[in-house]
Design a protein around this ligand. Sequence first.
Ligand SMILES: Cc1ncc(COP(=O)(O)O)c(C=O)c1O
Length: 406
Amino acid sequence: MESAILHRSLTKNYPIAVGEMEFTSSTIKGSAYWTEAAVRLFLALDIATKRIMYTSSGSEAVEAALKIARQYHVFHGDLRRINIIGRLHSYHGNTMGAMAAGNNPPRREAFEPMLSPAFQHVSRCFYDRDHDGMTEREYENHLIDELEAKINSLGAETVAAVIVEPVVGATLGAVAATPTYLPRLKALCEKNGILAIWDEVMCGMGRSGSYHAWQSLGGAAPDLQTIGKGLGAGYQPLSAILLSEKVATEFELHATGAKKFINGQTFQGHPVACAGALAVQKIIKRDRLIANVLARGEQLNSSLTTGLPSGFFEYSGSLRGMGLFRAVDFGNLGAATGGSLAQEVVDESFKQGAAVYTCSSAVDAVLIAPPFIITEQEVDVLICSEVMRSGAGHAFSEMIVGKCTE
Ligand SMILES: Cc1ncc(COP(=O)(O)O)c(C=O)c1O
């Protein structure tokens, strides 16, 4: 239920008939089993890599990406590279490795003593909250210096990968990296022989207004990328890991050797899942839905901005996000009006028929991430509907109602 809103790039208005899903049973390619649907989906994706690995959930994709990073170094004989650096207030999934790589405190707390010390964390990139008077450039310098210090303290030769959500989703609510943070982080990784993993399970596949979120955030392609939610849009459970040329080449060299990568799972690349995702991806292309994500995202942002009274901003409230991946952060407003607002908005909205998402307790914010097919009129309805009016019994309703009843 929780993630229900965020994989829905299409909705029931776009029924996909089983007949539209193109699949056949297994085809054998080389020594591996591939299905036609898996191959066709791979060819339909807008990606440069020649290697993909399918998994079923975002957590599994992250687990596999972490293992691929380690395996890459094993192929090189770089056996000391065991450490993974993640960032505070990130979310990478609920399985043990993904949870260790992330840092979503409520999800992690009970399991903390069981998590491996090979997972370390540095600060989040959240300029609006954390800039402390610095320019964006100075703030980035500070974060990159911190990461370099962490790498040096662990010993660069012991670090396998750095994992980052280009736009932080579940934990902080649509917090995008500053403009040159990702390229600078990638360059630092390269200098130290470390792989950069961009986790785009939530923010990718068009959700942020470009096919990959990193394309709008400085353009640095990662060594490994995870994708999920929007890939099958909830019609089928499917996720994947995209391997860069550098990593793929290494894996090809060792495809059949004694050290070859072993990470098989029963339902990996399931033909029905791939066929479902292929149908989704064809529709997204055919109907130019990413352009719609951008246009409707702008509309959503400006409707929210003009709907909010100045008091919202005085209490450090803020709007942020990209494409149809937006957050309303209530700042100190909740504290000033009797408690956190986010959960109240989410609960009431759900009663009224709309799913918005509560972020972690690190912020008092909700994520709004409607389907890619939302129309201009529907954005108006979303903003001016009962959902938003009664969403927060007090402060939020006043902001929105004021605008909707003009
Ligand atoms: C960035 C990110 N990575 C990984 C995951 C885990 O995906 P799943 O819930 O499909 O296991 C999520 C889920 O919200 C996510 O937002």
